[in-house]
Ligand binder design. Sequence first.
Ligand code: ATP
Ligand code: MG
Length: 224
Amino acid sequence: MSNSIIRTEKLTKSYGRGAAATHALRGVDLEIPRGSFTAIVGPSGHGKSTLMHLLGALDRPSSGTVHLDGTDLGKLDSAGLARFRGRKIGFVFQFFNLLRGLSAAENVETAMMLSGAPPSRQAERARELLALVGLAEKAGSRPGELSGGQQQRVAIARALANDPEILMMDEPTGNLDSAAEEEIMQILLDLHSQGKTVIVVTHNPDIARRAQAVIQVQDGQIRA
Ligand SMILES: Nc1ncnc2c1ncn2[C@@H]1O[C@H](COP(=O)(O)OP(=O)(O)OP(=O)(O)O)[C@@H](O)[C@H]1O
Ligand SMILES: [Mg+2]
């Protein structure tokens, strides 16, 4: 097993065509060590989310390659990509993306639907994961009944549903106050110490300072 869990070569991504095209990524070569805690930083609109979507197999590059745990993502068809992603990666987005009509526990369980585990086991695991993020007593609450920080912790529990090796987060604390932000940061540091590879896009210098590696994205390229 290679020491890098993610490796990209000459990665580019353009949106649109011709004169109207946006060249969001313009040749990115990077390696992310297995088990590391990496922050991706840089100005707004410079390609951070685009990069994370490509690293996480949510989108395909215009050119270049992404190897994830030794697999060339470009060689997988859409179904294969979705399966691979579901097994390897948990995502947390800036705006939580929780289903409003479901309880915290049900939101976590939705991520396990494709796992084939029996429903009783899924419910049990959802409770375990909510306890892990300090929300055992809120399992029955709907997102609208939770604070922003609590919703974000539900989103982290959901991202962990299939025990992914990699956790990717795009601005996980962007909408939180500093106390809630610190709670989320502690959870991320704990997950990292348990061996997960954690990759966080952030504007928060405190988070970047505590990361082992910082990748600076500027104008669609990595700044050395
Ligand atoms: N789906 C899309 N269609 C067209 N252009 C897009 C799309 N997604 C992103 N872009 C453009 O690509 C560039 C990079 O966007 P990206 O979302 O990666 O920036 P970012 O660094 O994550 O910014 P922020 O910090 O504001 O989230 C921007 O110019 C953006 O307008
Ligand atoms: Mg972004």
